[in-house]
Design a protein. Structure first.
Length: 245
C-alpha cells in the first residue's frame, strides 16, 4: 500500500498523481492524507526523468482545479481514481454522465463554482487607515477552499486599491502589483465598520421590494450563513417583518 501525503493543494496532488501514474499504481493501492506535514515528494526533481508518455484530457485538468477546492478529503482519492481510469481504461470517461465517479466530480465542481459566485457577490470591503494609507479589508466565510480561484476577480475589478480578504480557508492580499496568499485567519482579523456601512444599508433598503419577497428563494440565493458578514444583512429581519403587514 502506497501512503501519499500532500499539502492540500491541487499542484501538490497533481505532482503526487504524476509519480503514481508513472509507476502505474492502482487507486485501491493508495492511501491519501493531506495536512501541514508537507508532501511525500519533496521536490519536482524526483520526477525529472519521467517520460512524457501519459496524456491527460484538458477537460479533466479544468475540472480537477475546481474539485481540488471542495471541502472534503475524499476529493483526492476520487480525483486520482478518475484520472487513473481516464489514462489506462476509458479515455472518454468524462462523457459518461451516469458513471458514479464522473457524477461525483461534476457535483463537487458545481458546488465550488457556486461558492465562488457567492464569494464575488458577498464580499464587502471596509476602509482601514494604516499609517495614513488607505487599505481595504474584508472578511468572508466560504464553504470551500476557493480563495485562490475567486480573488483574481477583485484584482481586476478593484485593481487601483490595496486590499486584503481574510477567510478561515485562506487569505488574499493585493498591493496594486501582486496578488499574494497567506494561511487562514480567524474573525479577529475582520475589519471594523466604516462609513461605507451606511452606504450599503441605504442601497439595500432602496432596492428592496416587499411585494416580491420570497423568503425561501432569498435564503437559497442569499444563504443565512453569510448574513453575519454583510452590513446590509442586519436589515433583513426588519424588512421581512414589514413585508408581512
Amino acid at each position: 500500500m502506497q501512503h501519499v501525503n500532500i499539502d492540500n493543494t491541487f499542484e501538490s496532488w497533481r505532482f503526487a498523481a504524476r509519480d503514481l501514474l508513472s509507476k502505474r499504481i492502482a487507486p485501491d493501492g493508495v492511501i491519501w492524507t493531506a495536512g501541514a506535514q508537507g508532501r511525500l515528494f519533496e521536490s519536482p526533481e524526483t520526477t525529472k526523468d519521467l517520460k512524457p508518455t501519459l496524456s491527460v484530457p484538458k477537460q479533466f485538468l479544468r475540472l480537477a482545479k475546481f474539485v481540488a477546492c471542495y471541502n472534503d478529503a475524499e476529493r483526492w482519492p476520487l480525483l486520482y481514481r478518475l484520472l487513473y481510469r481516464l489514462v489506462f481504461e476509458e479515455r472518454h470517461l468524462l462523457e459518461i454522465e451516469s458513471d458514479g465517479d464522473v457524477r461525483d466530480v461534476n457535483a463537487m465542481a458545481k458546488a465550488v463554482r457556486r461558492d465562488i459566485h457567492k464569494f464575488h457577490a458577498f464580499v464587502r470591503f471596509r476602509r482601514i487607515d494604516c499609517d495614513g494609507e488607505e487599505i481595504y479589508g474584508a472578511w468572508h466565510e466560504p464553504q470551500h477552499f476557493c480563495v485562490e480561484l475567486a480573488t483574481p476577480f477583485f484584482e481586476r475589478r478593484f485593481g487601483e486599491m490595496k486590499f486584503s480578504i481574510f477567510t478561515p480557508k485562506g487569505c488574499a492580499h493585493w498591493d496594486r502589483k501582486n496578488l499574494a496568499f497567506s494561511p487562514p485567519a480567524d474573525k479577529t482579523k475582520a475589519p471594523a465598520a466604516d462609513e461605507m456601512e451606511d452606504f450599503w444599508l441605504l442601497y439595500y433598503r432602496s432596492i428592496y421590494n416587499p411585494f416580491r419577497l420570497k423568503i425561501n428563494a432569498m435564503k437559497r440565493e442569499f444563504p443565512v450563513r453569510h448574513w453575519r458578514t454583510l452590513p446590509e444583512a442586519v436589515l433583513i429581519p426588519e424588512l421581512i417583518r414589514e413585508a408581512k403587514y
